[in-house]
Design a protein around this ligand. Structure first.
Ligand SMILES: Cc1ncc(COP(=O)(O)O)c(C=O)c1O
Length: 316
């Protein structure tokens, strides 16, 4: 991965190579962490973070769902992230806040193990590969089902839960595909290993509902709004596996991947990215990069520091 200079760790800026944890950190053993994936884009008005407030709110909700008490408020994490981007001199980047149980107590009810918080930023290009957004990707329906709400919490973005995504992603990559699409426990389409799914048929967009074990994707919600604003009908309803094969167009949405067309599912060709995908993708890209007036409120500009702001010291 591409490195930056500094990482924010429990309220301090530390050099990238010194941002370390103890090997007996609870999160390392049991996956007890909650995190976010956010992107900052270069816009005409400077670097700006897409839907920063919504991401930090989801982080707080994920923490709450796992009975974590976050030692920093959303406002403090927002300020820390702004300073981090400025101090690393980045114009655009991926942003990874993570709160995890640290070192101090083992076992499953380790209430005295402290909650540590980090924010890291680094440049990260096309998540699903060069050309993925232009030409689409090849996907495979996974033999792994998404975690269901009766054993974990699909609505939470929690570290341990990603073992499910990793199994699906590994299976699809080993079989030569770009991404996996997982079904829920009832066999309906759920989501990609790190993206939500949209299907277009006869001009209507459909995406799985919250009850299909999805993460409530912030890109998904943005795309639903954009599509409706453009006059398309969007339905949130269960999608059968065969509807993927019969679709006129299929695409995935996620912060890392952005909006990526799907050109093949289980060796059934969907074809080059279709008209509706293209139109919505273009508007979404405009929103991300601050070119769409109507969605400017989705961007959190990383302002230059005020005169009175003292820069945080770097831990040596
Ligand atoms: C499992 C999963 N589903 C969906 C998404 C898409 O969510 P978002 O658009 O908020 O990044 C992600 C990415 O965070 C994810 O990891």
């Amino acid at each position: 991965m591409e490195q930056a200079e500094l990482i924010w760790h429990n309220g301090e800026l530390v050099p990238w190579e010194d941002a370390k944890v103890h090997v007996l950190s609870h999160g390392l053993h049991y996956g007890t962490g909650v995190f976010e994936g956010i992107r900052c884009y270069e816009t005409e008005r400077g670097p700006a973070i897409f839907r920063h407030g919504e991401h930090l709110e989801r982080l707080e909700k994920s923490a709450e769902l796992y009975y974590f008490s976050l030692p920093y408020s959303a406002e403090e994490l927002r300020d820390a992230t702004h300073e981090l981007i400025r101090r690393n001199g980045l114009r655009s980047c991926y942003i990874r806040p993570l709160a995890f149980r640290g070192y101090g107590e083992m076992g499953l009810y380790a209430q005295s193990a402290p909650i540590e918080v980090i924010v890291a930023v680094w440049p990260w290009g096309a998540y699903l590969g060069e050309g993925s957004k232009e030409h689409g990707i090849r996907t495979k329906v996974s033999s792994w089902r998404t975690i269901s709400g009766d054993s974990l919490i699909p609505h939470a973005k929690a570290s341990g839960q990603y073992l499910n995504s990793i199994l699906a992603k590994t299976e699809s990559a080993n079989a030569g595909y770009d991404e996996a699409i997982l079904l829920d426990q009832h066999g309906a389409v759920s989501e990609g290993s790190g993206e939500n799914v949209f299907v277009v048929r006869d001009g209507v967009l459909r995406t799985p509902p919250h009850t299909a074990a999805i993460l409530d994707g912030i890109s998904r919600n943005s795309v639903v709004q954009i599509a409706r604003d453009l006059g398309y009908t969007v339905e949130e309803r269960d999608i059968a596996r065969s509807e993927l094969y019969l679709a006129d167009e299929v695409f995935l949405t996620g912060t890392a991947a952005e909006l990526v067309p799907v050109r093949e599912v289980d060796d059934h060709p969907i074809g080059e990215p279709g008209e509706i995908t293209r139109v919505i993708q273009a508007k979404f890209e405009d929103a991300l990069h601050g070119r769409a007036e109507e969605y400017l409120e989705w961007l959190d500009p990383v302002e230059a520091p005020a005169e009175a702001d003292k820069p945080s010291k770097v831990r040596s």
